[in-house]
Ligand binder design. Structure first.
Ligand SMILES: NC(=O)c1ccc[n+]([C@@H]2O[C@H](COP(=O)([O-])OP(=O)(O)OC[C@H]3O[C@@H](n4cnc5c(N)ncnc54)[C@H](OP(=O)(O)O)[C@@H]3O)[C@@H](O)[C@H]2O)c1
Length: 341
């Protein structure tokens, strides 16, 4: 039986901080919906952008969180009864639409504007459910959906990464970057990374990267250029900022610079002759289609991919996970446990 109220990470238009651990009522199910008792959720940078009111189309109040894992305990429609008792994860896409090249105009992501996973219970349409990969714990599965989907499209659909390709992944401490690393290594690409932390570079090497450089140190690009003389076949970047122009210079002939985020802010200028003479491409990417979500899950199951978890903390302490992300201290996903509140 569901209780009348639950704890959640609630986004409100209030100062000094827009997020708090709050108690809210649990509404009744509508047609097509199921009720999930959450076991775990994980943070993405969009949750922190929402906290800073730096995400488009803010809606208050909203429950944050796009990723999670839990058990279905109630369904509205009889046809969905087979989900009851199953451990599930969620495709965070809302209304991608029919065009695989880009999302529809009314596309949104689970967890603002629709109420998300950082809560004890989640109400979600049954068609967003997928069974938890059997080789993953609930904490690991909760770390998967949004970042892995984004990395999947960036690496394979846009980056065209395959065995033997030379790939650079920037800011390897990040959630998306780490799935890009795991996926690229799994297909046999030669992976190089950047990070602001020597420790994170070392951990990336332990996970299969060839080597890495610290983007905070002068001359980092020269070290990489010596490794991959003809330039990278693909660069996967979620940061932009002052290093962006340098990344564009490191592309090989016909290569792809895939951009999924801009954590470090306004990009530096690009040397256009270098870009057009190398016939290379800069491609934007966002999330992925529902079909790519299924492909990503098949790949994760086939290669027994295990998400990297930075830390797990109880729901009542979730705000400290946002702070850790803000300071870019994490290596891997910040997981919130609803089992141990
Ligand atoms: N387009 C989409 O669909 C999509 C999906 C997910 C995320 N995003 C965006 O992508 C970005 C990353 O998201 P996330 O959830 O993976 O974030 P995250 O886990 O918070 O990772 C951010 C990482 O960026 C790295 N970084 C910071 N400044 C850097 C710099 N100057 N140069 C290189 N790396 C730098 C840091 O890596 P080190 O710690 O290794 O230094 C940090 O750990 C965010 O802006 C997010 O909004 C977009």
């Amino acid at each position: 039986m569901k209780p009348e109220k639950m704890l959640c990470v609630l986004l409100q238009d209030q100062q000094p901080d827009r997020i708090s651990i709050a108690e809210v009522p649990i509404r009744s199910l509508k047609q097509g919906e199921v009720l999930v008792k959450m076991k775990a959720a994980s943070l993405n940078h969009r949750d922190q952008w929402c906290r800073l009111a730096m995400y488009p189309n803010m809606k208050y109040p909203s429950i944050l969180g796009s990723d999670g894992c839990g058990e279905v305990i109630e369904v509205f429609d009889d046809k969905d009864k087979s989900w009851i008792g199953k451990e599930v994860i969620f495709n965070p896409n809302v209304n991608w639409g029919d065009n695989p090249n880009y999302q529809s105009l009314n596309y949104t992501i689970l967890g603002m504007p629709t109420d998300g996973t950082l809560a004890e219970y989640l109400i979600i349409p049954a068609h967003r459910l997928h069974e938890k990969p059997a080789h993953l714990t609930a904490f690991e599965a909760a770390a998967l959906p949004l970042a892995a989907l984004t990395a999947w499209r960036a690496v394979f659909t846009k980056g065209e990464i395959s065995k033997g390709k030379n790939v650079l992944i920037t800011g390897i401490g990040g959630g998306v970057a780490q799935f890009a690393l795991l996926f690229s290594v799994a297909v046999g690409a030669n992976v190089f990374v950047t990070s602001g932390s020597e420790d994170k570079i070392q951990r990336a090497v332990e996970l299969g990267a060839k080597m890495g450089v610290n983007y905070k140190e002068k001359g980092w690009e020269k070290i990489l250029q010596k490794q991959v003389f003809m330039g990278f076949d693909a660069i996967i970047d979620g940061t932009g900022g002052e290093n962006f122009g340098t990344l564009a210079k490191m592309l090989g002939f016909g290569a792809n610079l895939v951009v999924y985020g801009g954590t470090a802010g306004t990009p530096s200028p690009i040397h256009l002759p270098r870009l057009f003479f190398s016939q290379s491409n800069i491609k934007g990417t966002t999330m992925g289609t529902d079909e790519e979500f299924e492909q990503m899950l098949d790949f994760v199951n086939k290669h027994s991919i295990v998400p990297i978890i930075d830390s797990v903390r109880p729901l009542r302490e979730a705000i400290s996970a946002f702070d850790r992300m803000h300071r870019a201290e994490q290596f891997g996903k910040l997981v919130i446990s609803m089992i141990n509140k």
